[in-house]
Design a protein around this ligand. Structure first.
Ligand code: FO1
Length: 313
């Protein structure tokens, strides 16, 4: 069976993918390419927040309020680390730590990030494939008036308050897509760009050599869901990042960034009036409710996206 490929960041992507996995008769066909530009080494452990956010959601153990981390987790280890003088701005739960210990151990043994991720997802009973964008180290660096900041320092430690002048992806030029990614894109029945932050979740994936070119070849099979609704990001700093870079925070501006490789762009009902402008980019607009308050909305959005790509799950 041909795969359905999704490009994914963190919480917004995870919620959408939960719907998509539920509407697909065979979730094993779902092939998720996850952003690893947010990865960080904290307390000596390799953390892959976006991979974990998607993995916990698809494994049914995600914290529903925060969107990241494990439901019902405790923070005893973090508290103990604080007493020992460690920095504790990054909230690592006790159960979540088990994932980072396993990942770090696997990497230290010589496994690739893709291999360790496959092992951990299998243990959690995740049926879709979850594949890091690259096995190589790529780091999202946010350029601000205070200087260059590693992503988690910008996002969590400094609460995404700095003005963003630009974003770069350290190591991306030398990185290769994880094995199987380009083949999955080439063969895919459908490709979905999840409602994730274009600058810090999707751009790092597109920065891996070969990925954008592979998507361009499949443009008529690629749909993107707008992460901007009514001029605001559903979650996170996307709208603020657009403004501080001189870009109007509007769904159509996200479509413009994706125009070379996206054939269908899904806008929220409140942005219906931007359809004509999206059409002028040579992209077919489609309108639906994109706010996923709960399970029924996730499923309805996934159904619409699949339908727009000619798939009727
Ligand atoms: N996001 C926060 O805003 N604060 C945190 O303390 C935090 C801890 C954390 C721990 C594990 C994990 O997998 C994700 C975590 N996140 C946290 C989310 C993380 O910063 C993501 O990179 C963003 O949500 C961007 O996708």
């Amino acid at each position: 069976m041909k795969p359905v490929v999704a490009l994914a960041g963190g919480v917004g992507a995870a919620r959408f993918l939960d719907g998509l996995a539920r509407v697909m008769g065979d979730p094993e066909r779902l092939y998720v390419v996850g952003n690893t530009g947010d990865d960080a080494v904290i307390h000596g452990l390799h953390i892959s927040p976006d991979l974990d956010t998607v993995m916990y959601m698809l494994g049914g153990v995600a914290d529903p309020e925060r969107g990241w981390g494990v439901r019902g987790d405790t923070f005893h280890c973090l508290e103990a680390l604080g007493r020992l003088g460690a920095e504790t701005w990054f909230q690592l739960g006790d159960r979540d730590l088990a994932t980072h210990l396993r990942r770090t151990e696997g990497l230290r043994k010589g496994l690739t990030l893709a291999q360790v991720t496959a092992e951990i997802t299998a243990s959690l009973g995740v049926r879709p494939a979850l594949v890091p964008m690259s096995n190589e180290r790529v780091r999202t660096i946010v350029q601000t008036p205070a200087g260059e900041l590693e992503f988690q320092r910008y996002f969590v430690a400094r609460r995404a308050r700095d003005r963003v002048l630009g974003v770069r992806f350290d190591g991306a030029k030398r990185a290769k897509p994880s094995p199987g990614v380009l083949d999955a894109v080439a063969e895919a029945e459908a490709i979905v760009v999840c409602p994730s932050n274009p600058f810090i979740s999707i751009d790092p994936i597109l920065a891996i050599p070969g990925v954008r070119r592979a998507l361009r070849r499949r443009r008529d099979r690629v749909a993107a869901v707008s992460p901007i609704v009514g001029g605001h990001a559903i979650k996170g700093p996307a709208a603020r990042m657009m403004k501080s870079q001189g870009i109007r925070p509007a769904a159509v501006e996200v479509a413009r960034r994706y125009a070379d490789f996206v054939g269908v762009f899904i806008l929220d009902e409140v942005d219906r009036r931007q359809c004509a402008a999206v059409g002028q980019l040579g992209i077919r607009p489609a309108v639906t409710n994109t706010i996923m308050r709960g399970e029924p909305e996730r499923i309805a959005l996934a159904r619409t996206v699949m339908g727009e790509l000619g798939l009727t799950p």
